[in-house]
Ligand binder design. Structure first.
Ligand SMILES: Nc1ncnc2c1ncn2[C@@H]1O[C@H](COP(=O)(O)OP(=O)(O)OP(=O)(O)O)[C@@H](O)[C@H]1O
Length: 260
């Protein structure tokens, strides 16, 4: 049985036009089907505006589909739950809290007592090589460090599924390359199921067991490219080129040349 399954998901939004004069329905995604195994790393790629974030929000239970259903461990998902945690692109940390308090936050909400949550948070900060920065405020950190704090905060809650919306998009390429390897090591250690949106084809084949390629809006999955290559993978690995080409071939018809 799949860990997480999207069945015929569609989503329409009502968008207001002409200063509120008329309403138009925008179909963001249509008939999206995706089956994700326990512990699998799945990347989602597609043209801008094809509905990837909409789809991830629906997997998280942050939004409801207009059609279809999401099934987690055989049960329909109707709302958010502690077993699924989102990691956003940037600016998702609380700037008024220290790093350690950010990582402890979800545990505090769950009612875990102070000493225990501090121990758990320190363990994840150590995993992310941020122990020295536990007492720093987030404005004192680089972009890459902030994203590592965000990942530590998500892992500290011990979710079964991590839903990551372009978490490395705002990083410089050197930091991103380091985090690509770190994330694979953490994933191997924690055995989480991960769904990861990216615009970057290299990133998608470096991370994913499979890459689901979306069409342009209304987005639907046109192809799943399986990436059967050793880990940890480095973005510059020659063996990943054939998978990059496969993903690119699928994307070509969907994307304006300037986006490639
Ligand atoms: N709350 C909303 N109300 C109206 N339209 C919306 C809403 N959310 C998303 N949309 C529309 O749905 C479509 C898909 O948006 P979405 O953000 O999911 O795409 P995306 O693939 O994640 O885009 P990008 O790659 O640029 O981040 C877009 O046309 C967007 O304008």
């Amino acid at each position: 049985m799949a860990k997480l399954e999207a069945r015929n998901i569609g989503k329409h939004f009502n968008s207001v036009q002409g200063g509120g004069q008329s309403q138009q329905q925008v179909s963001a995604i249509d008939n999206v089907n995706l089956s994700i195994e326990d512990g699998q790393f799945v990347c989602l790629v597609g043209p801008s505006g094809c509905g990837k974030t909409t789809f991830l929000n629906i997997l998280a239970g942050l939004d409801r589909p207009s059609e279809g259903e999401v099934v987690l461990d055989g049960k329909p998902v109707t709302e958010t739950g502690p077993e699924r945690v989102m990691v956003f692109q940037e600016n998702a940390l609380f700037p008024w809290l220290r790093v350690i308090d950010n990582v402890e936050f979800g545990l505090m909400v769950k009612g875990v007592e102070k000493a225990k949550r501090n121990g758990i948070a320190m363990q994840y900060l150590e995993m992310m090589q941020l122990t020295k920065f536990a007492d720093a405020y987030t404005y004192q950190l680089s972009g890459g460090m902030k994203q590592r704090v965000a990942i530590a905060r998500a892992l500290a809650i011990d979710p079964e599924v991590l839903l990551m919306d372009e978490p490395f998009a705002a990083l410089d390429s050197q930091t991103r390359d380091l985090l690509l390897v770190e994330l694979q090591l953490i994933w191997a250690r924690t055995k989480k199921t991960i769904v990861f949106i990216t615009h970057n084809i290299t990133e998608s084949v470096c991370l994913g067991d499979k890459v689901a390629v979306f069409t342009k809006r209304p987005g639907t999955i046109k192809k799943e490219v399986a990436v059967d290559y050793r880990r940890p993978r480095l973005p510059e690995d020659d063996g990943l080129r054939e998978y990059q080409r496969k993903v690119l071939d699928e994307l070509k018809g969907e994307i304006a040349a300037k986006e490639l």
